[in-house]
Write a protein that binds this ligand. Sequence first.
Ligand SMILES: [Zn+2]
Length: 115
Amino acid sequence: MTRLVYDSATGGNCPRCRKQLGKCRCAAQVAANTRPAGDGIVRVRREVRAGKTLTVVLGLPMNAAELVAFAARLKAGCGSGGTAKDGAIELQGDHRERVVALLQQAGHEVKLAGG
Ligand SMILES: [Zn+2]
């Protein structure tokens, strides 16, 4: 009498990409697409660094690629330069009112924070 030692349905392979679990990169992909956990409220604040005013957007529920895309939208909407990094978007100049309006248009709950 033979007994199946391994379940042939999974066979030790990833159910998502069907590669052997040791070769599967799904977990890494999921990590790259993970959105930072927050309270769902986007915060917009003004910062002054080295004498230059920045508008900083924090708490966006976006992964890195989405953040870069949204930064491009804000830059276009404000007619200003800026960068997306470390989960935040920084725009050159004080564009808080415009940024809040654009965020609300995109369906985000927004709070002005700090000075
Ligand atoms: Zn996989």
